[in-house]
Design a protein around this ligand. Structure first.
Ligand code: PNS
Length: 160
């Protein structure tokens, strides 16, 4: 039986913390779907298609093992996507107790809705302070975000 998992998120934009979790999770599953999900609670910086493209380039540049699929999802429940692709696990990166508090109710609801389990992975502590919202803020004010994001993202934001 194939072990298939989904790493969902806004990825607006993908950070080095996301990439660390994605690459490590890809080593734990036969197939890993990195899913860009529209989060209506957040004001977006990048269009979904651009986030997908930057994820694909960043994953390739990181020497991806080739079992990663990047996709997007904007209609319906996240667990519907997971069920459609045969995934029984969601993977979430956890930086702090704040993330645990935010993710725990969603993990329980997703298990109740469709029997999909959530596993929490700790990013490398070097990235524990990095968030997409911080990157959006620093970049928007003209600061250098290259320590926090893959090179493709830093280049893209510099050109934007
Ligand atoms: O990177 P983010 O913004 O923290 O990601 C949050 C996201 C998109 C993973 C979360 O909002 C989500 O799971 N949305 C899917 C909507 C859904 O299925 N909701 C019902 C069960 S929680």
């Amino acid at each position: 039986m194939q072990r298939i998992a989904v790493v969902p998120g806004s990825f607006d934009p993908v950070t080095l913390g996301h990439l660390d979790v994605i690459v490590r999770a890809a080593g734990m599953f036969d197939e890993l779907h990195v899913l860009v999900v529209h989060n209506p609670a957040k004001t977006a910086l990048l269009p979904i298609a651009e986030r997908v493209s930057l994820l694909e380039t960043s994953i390739q540049d990181a020497g991806s093992p080739g079992n990663i699929v990047v996709a997007s999802w904007s209609v319906g429940l996240l667990v519907d996507y997971a069920t459609d692709v045969g995934a029984s696990v969601l993977v979430k990166g956890i930086r702090s107790q704040v993330d645990v508090a935010y993710e725990t109710p969603m993990a329980i609801v997703n298990r109740h809705l469709a029997g999909v389990e959530t596993i929490f992975m700790l990013p490398d502590p070097a990235h524990a302070h990095v968030s997409s919202s911080l990157v959006r803020q620093v970049s928007g004010l003209g600061g250098d975000v290259s320590p926090y994001v893959p090179a493709a993202v830093a280049d893209f934001l510099k050109r934007s």
